[in-house]
Design a protein. Sequence first.
Length: 212
Amino acid sequence: MKKKDTRMLSRGLPFRRAIIAIALIAVLLSCTNAKDEGELTVLGPDGGYTYFKGDLNMNLMSNCGTATAQTTTGGGSGSSTTKNLWDVESYFIFTYGEFIFTRFTYSKLKNSYSLTPSTTSTSTCNTIDGIYCNSSGTLTCETADNVRCGGTKSFIFSGGLPATVFQAVTGTIDYQMSVDENNNTVRSADLEFEMIDSQGRILQGEVHCYAP
């Protein structure tokens, strides 16, 4: 019986190992290249536009938002907490003070949310940070209670070139998120936005946040 020639097999091993090593390096690089950043464009009905791209200031952000599990009333058992639906509030702060502030419902069973801000009036107030009403502020926002901008669901962007403030009246948020259920925080968020404001402007963009 002829002895099997293993020379070709042994020569192939280094090649296979090299391929595996390259694949592992590619995976590692894809992880390390994940950036905390955002990019968006605001398009006006008159053809004007505002563009923004910037890095998140993770020195000011310890997480990517807060998350509160919604409660439902069970039959005869009182109030119970479901872990599928979360009320998310995220304040994304960029390097030079630009920000995105949003409140929406995150569902583990879906990958998008249709935003209809629940303001009950069209009154406005001055604001400094786009979140709370403040008579000393130079910005304005719509408010339902003259305490906070927007309602229980909202989307506000401030920044860009030329500088603008955009407060959505409707839109969609596509998301991939990770929630820390023990600390009620958002650990990571990949969000894509398509929003419309009361002036008919359209905002399209995305933000990527990975908590340290």
